[in-house]
Structures are given as C-alpha cells and as structure tokens.
Design a protein around this ligand. Structure first.
Ligand code: UDX
Ligand code: UDX
Length: 441
C-alpha cells in the first residue's frame, strides 16, 4: 500500500521506517527541511536503537522517501498518518492542536479531487478526546472527501521499533467499515502475527491513549508517594515495590521509585487530560491527576534538597556531579528530563554542576547551556562534593565505587533512581542516600 506519514519526529520517523519495513511504499512529510534531508539520507535525527539500519534499508530500496510538500503527499497516497506533536500550550496545561489542524488544512485541497479512492486521515498524535470529530468537520468544511480515524501509538523511546512492529495491541478508532478495513490492511503482517486489533469509535480510541498514560503516571507517582512515607518511618520502598508487584493484580512494572517521570508524553498528557476533563464538565473525575503531577514534580525538589543537605546545607562553592541527562535510559531525549531539572535547580542554588550522559549530552547542552558537561564519568566526578545518579543507564550500575571514590572530593552519592548496589558503594566508603530507602553511612 501507499501511505504518507506526516510529521517525522520521534513517532513519525519510527512509524514511517516500520511501515516501509513491512512492505508499504511510504512518503514522509515534514515542514523541517533539514530533518527531511537527514532522513532522506537514511540517517535518524535522534538516537533510537535499530532505527538507523531500518531507515537505511528502506531509503536504499526506495520504499521510503521524504518531502516537504503537502501537495505531493496528498497526491501520493490515500492513507495519511498524522504524527505531528501536540505540545502543552504555553498559557495552560491544555494540548496545543495547531500543528494537527495545520496538517489537515494543508492536506485538504489535495483531497478534494474526484476519482480519489476515499482518503483516510489517521491520527496517531495524542489528542484531547473529541479532536478526531473536529478534524473531520474541518475537512468537510474545506470540501475534502476524507474520513478520519484515530490509531494511537504506544511506543516507548528506546524500544520504539519493537513497540511498533510487535505491539501489545492496535487500537483503531473508526467511523466506517471502510476505515477499519483500510487499517486492517495496513497492519496485516502484524495482525497475521497475532497482534490484537481493537476496533472502536474515535472518542474511545483517543481516550485509550490518555487513560493509559495517566494510569502509568499514577502508578509511578503512587510508588513515589510510598517512598516519601518510607523515608519517615525507615521502611524500604524497594522491598515494598517488589512485594506489591508480586501480586499479579498489581504487577511489578512502572513501580520503580525514584525521581519520577519525564519525557515528551506522560507529563503533558496528564495535564492535557485534566484540562479536557474540566472543559467537558468532568474535572472532578480526574482531579487526582493534578496530585499525580504534584507528587511527580516534588520528587525533583526532594532530590535537590537531599543533595543540598549532603553538601553541608548550601550549594554555594560546591561541585555537583550529575550522572544522566536523558529523561530515561536508552534515549537521547531530554524533553522534560527530571535529571536536567535537578541539575538546573542545583546550579540555580549556587552549585557548579557537571553532567555526564552516554547519549544525550548534545541535546542537553542545547537546552541547558549554563550547565557544564563531561564526556566521561570520572571527569564529571572530579573533585565533586556530591554525585547525583539521575538517569539509570546500565553503565552506571557497573561503575567501580572504589575507583570513583579516589576522584571525588567527598564520597557522597544520591541514588535517585534506586538502581545502584548500595551495599557495594557503602563498603567502598561512600555515604549513600536513596529516596525511600534506609540511609547507609
Ligand atoms: C509524538 C506525537 O505526535 C505526540 O502527540 C505524542 O504525544 C508524542 O509523540 P513526537 O514524535 O515526539 O510527538 O513529536 P516531535 O518529535 O516534536 O515531532 C513532530 C514533527 O512534526 C517534527 O519533525 C516537526 O517538524 C513536524 N511538524 C510539526 C510538521 O511536519 N508539520 C507541522 O505543522 C508541525
Ligand atoms: C510513554 C508511554 O510508555 C508510551 O506508551 C507512550 O506512547 C509515550 O509515553 P516514554 O515517554 O517513551 O513512553 O517513556 P516510558 O518508558 O513510559 O517512561 C516515562 C517516564 O517514566 C520516564 O521518565 C521513566 O524514567 C519514568 N518511570 C517509568 C519511572 O520513574 N518509574 C517507572 O517505574 C517507570
């Protein structure tokens, strides 16, 4: 089949490459000329395991091309996946739908022509419930002959390809049998491999995405709230999470306590959902999401306060080493990164902060130029008064605490992600603090 993928950011670039991989002819459209040039050369504009080889394959075989022309995209295919961003509005927590609306407006004239095989605009972006219907109305008003479906993505950065090609479910919000058949055809190889296909209306499909992310965010904030309680009573949140997670009704995933969630999705999605619920008169139904957000943001402050106590009550004249800048390991994405929020706050309070990350230093430097950066861990930790472990890259778990103790000025470590072997660090002479865990040293 011929498909277009509009918006070749994180979601769109992965979707485009994966659709070419399963045999479709794909045209990627983006307003960013530089990005289009990079992708057309078969290079991913961000770090994602496996994407580079897949893109190269798809571009070399000609199954995947890129353009900046909406006219060309409208002409190329009948099925258009919309993957542009839906960022938080600057003036509120609501989603900014300008990009999604702009894409539809740009496509509309090209969808008017007769003899068209019934265009289908498929939204993948995360949007407030009701958006698909509004876009369908917008297309109708522009005289375009097009149906709108919603097919949310659930991909996690770091395993985006697997999440696209072997998803746990495909959700298709449709208003016609034709739209459902079209989406079944697009995903035929995945369905043949046994992927569940949940066909529903567009409102339910839109809600599945925001409800799922809200649930995940709630789970993380729940365990972080428990960590706060553990800190007061001297209990151990890791054992608590393990024992809770052993109950199959609860499950162990998304119960990792620590610095909380960041990234381009969870924080903005819960805020947008809370705002949308207010708009439809049901703010009280998801009022707890405001607390989920608050608990999450509080973890960042808690870690900075803890570090400040460890360096003697003031950051003035102190050196802080930060391990991790990406919002989670396996990604170079620093959007709403809890690690960088902590690093920036320590700097604001007077510390000299040096940050290490195996993949995200370039993005971090662009977003936070006032922080200092180091290309290896030892350099970041040189003469540090405290080391903050803020993104749990596996290489940090393999560090040699004894060797690192000789580099720092003061062997004090905050394991904000609760993944270091605290006993080993303690035995090597480190004072170790981790949220929700009994203090060692
Ligand atoms: C995606 C989803 O679209 C978003 O709704 C979801 O919540 C998170 O994941 P993401 O892929 O991370 O967003 O967005 P981003 O990396 O910002 O990429 C968006 C791309 O769309 C950019 O390349 C941008 O240049 C492009 N774009 C934006 C257009 O092509 N046209 C526009 O009008 C606006
Ligand atoms: C998320 C959703 O998982 C995905 O389905 C959706 O499509 C996009 O948003 P992503 O943002 O890539 O994916 O990251 P995810 O793996 O969900 O992690 C989100 C954040 O939660 C990270 O900052 C991570 O460090 C944090 N997290 C996750 C915890 O703090 N504790 C946990 O137990 C799990």
């Amino acid at each position: 089949m011929r498909l277009t993928v509009i918006g070749t950011g994180y979601v769109g670039a992965v979707h485009a490459a994966c659709m070419a991989e399963i045999g479709h002819e794909v045209l990627g459209l983006d307003v960013d000329e530089e990005r289009v040039a990079v992708l057309a050369a078969g290079r991913p504009p961000f770090y994602e395991p496996g994407l580079s080889r897949m893109l190269q394959r798809a571009v070399t075989t000609g199954r995947l091309r890129f353009t900046t022309s909406s006219v060309e995209a409208a002409r190329f295919a009948d099925t258009h996946f919309v993957c542009v961003g839906t960022p938080q509005r600057p003036d509120s927590g609501a989603a900014d739908l300008r990009h999604v609306e702009g894409v539809v407006d740009a496509l509309a004239p090209g969808l008017r022509r007769a003899g068209h095989n019934g265009a289908l605009v498929v939204g993948k972006s995360t949007v407030p419930v009701g958006t698909a219907d509004r876009l369908a109305e917008r297309l109708r008003a522009a005289g375009a002959d097009a149906d709108v479906a919603w097919n949310p993505e659930f991909l996690r950065e770091g395993c985006a390809i697997q999440d696209t090609l072997r998803p746990e479910r495909i959700v298709a919000g449709v208003h016609s049998a034709r739209a459902e058949a079209r989406l079944r055809a697009v995903y035929a190889p995945l369905l043949a491999a046994g992927t569940p296909f949940i066909a529903t209306d567009t409102a339910t499909a839109e809600l599945v995405k925001v409800a799922s992310n809200s649930f995940l965010a709630t789970k993380v904030s729940f365990i972080n709230a428990m960590a706060e309680i553990c800190d007061v009573v001297g209990a151990d949140v890791l054992t608590l999470a393990e024992a809770m997670g052993a109950d199959s009704r609860i499950g162990p995933r998304f119960l990792a306590p620590g610095l909380g969630f960041g990234g381009s999705c969870l924080p903005k999605d819960i805020r947008a959902f809370a705002e949308r619920a207010e708009e439809i008169g049901r703010g009280d139904s998801v009022a707890f999401l405001r607390q989920v957000d608050e608990i999450n943001t509080r973890q960042r402050r808690r870690i900075v306060d803890l570090a400040q106590r460890l360096v003697g009550g003031t950051f003035e004249g102190r050196s802080v080493a930060v391990l991790g800048a990406a919002f989670k390991p396996g990604s170079d994405d620093v959007r709403d990164s809890p690690a960088l929020a902590v690093a920036e706050e320590a700097r604001r309070r007077g510390a000299r902060v040096r940050v290490h990350d195996p993949e995200a230093v370039d993005n971090a430097r662009a977003a936070h130029p006032a922080l200092q950066y180091a290309l290896d861990v030892a350099k970041a930790c040189e003469r540090a008064d405290v080391v903050l472990h803020l993104t749990e890259w596996s290489q940090y778990q393999e560090l040699d605490p004894a060797a690192l103790a000789t580099v720092v000025r003061n062997p004090a470590m905050v394991d904000a992600r609760n993944t270091l072997d605290v006993q080993a660090w303690h035995s090597a002479g480190w004072q170790l603090c981790a949220p929700g865990r009994p203090r060692l040293g």
